[in-house]
Design a protein around this ligand. Structure first.
Ligand SMILES: NC(=O)c1ccc[n+]([C@@H]2O[C@H](COP(=O)([O-])OP(=O)(O)OC[C@H]3O[C@@H](n4cnc5c(N)ncnc54)[C@H](OP(=O)(O)O)[C@@H]3O)[C@@H](O)[C@H]2O)c1
Length: 194
């Protein structure tokens, strides 16, 4: 059964994109190694919202997830051009079930913020790795949108202080309630304690 994971960069004030939806403010930090290589090796499937998918060509990196299965959550018709990528229009519960059935690596919810929050609210986000850049954006897309809902505790599993003041925090999200959710308990990721 696949673990469903988040691995996302945020400003210190909790934004994943600037007011225009851009991530250029992250560019100076691209030279920092956040442990992405080890992370992506464990990932068999990437999942993203349609807006994130549509923004990828503007990054100039080509399709960065070659060799991984891909699901793009959308209500719109059409077909993606990348091999192994599917537009998913059947709703989140069925997608979560589909991801749980996979046995060839973890599923990474790349973003955006709304999709990540929707997985968390459904009790279907097992781990969250946050890369916090020492930047205050002041405005922009919040990592977690403000929503009504019960407070939720996360378990800190690892921390790492990286170059250029970037900090990595690895969390485990406990099941929403007993008997629901994940079949595997996440252990330490071997990230150096600060
Ligand atoms: N900092 C980082 O590491 C990072 C990582 C990824 C993305 N980002 C940034 O995040 C921004 C995009 O995030 P976003 O939250 O605005 O958009 P998004 O989640 O990427 O895409 C939103 C679209 O995806 C579909 N969708 C998302 N959640 C859905 C759900 N629960 N049910 C049904 N459909 C759903 C809908 O597509 P339809 O309209 O087709 O129905 C929706 O309009 C971009 O600015 C990107 O640069 C940052």
């Amino acid at each position: 059964m696949a673990l469903i994971r988040g691995f996302i960069a945020s400003s210190l004030d909790g934004r994943v994109a600037d007011a225009g939806g851009g991530v250029e403010w992250l560019a100076p930090f691209r030279k920092v190694d956040p442990g992405y290589g080890a992370f992506i090796d464990d990932v068999g499937t990437v999942v993203m919202g349609r807006r994130t998918y549509d923004l990828i060509p503007s990054l100039g990196t080509g399709w960065p997830y070659a060799g991984k299965r891909g699901f793009v959550v959308t209500s719109r018709r059409g077909d993606p051009v990348q091999r192994g990528v599917r537009f998913w229009r059947e709703g989140l519960p069925d997608l979560i079930e589909r991801l749980r059935d996979l046995d060839d690596g973890d599923a990474w919810v790349v973003g955006g913020a709304g999709l990540l929050a929707a997985f968390a609210e459904a009790g279907a986000l097992d781990r969250l790795s946050l890369l916090i850049a020492p930047v205050l954006l002041g405005e922009g897309l919040r990592l977690f949108p403000e929503r009504a809902g019960a407070p939720r505790g996360l378990v800190l599993r690892g921390t790492a202080s990286l170059a250029m003041g970037v900090v990595r925090l690895d969390y485990e999200l406990p099941p929403l309630r007993a008997g629901r959710g994940r079949g595997r308990t996440a252990g330490s990721q071997g990230v150096a304690e600060v």
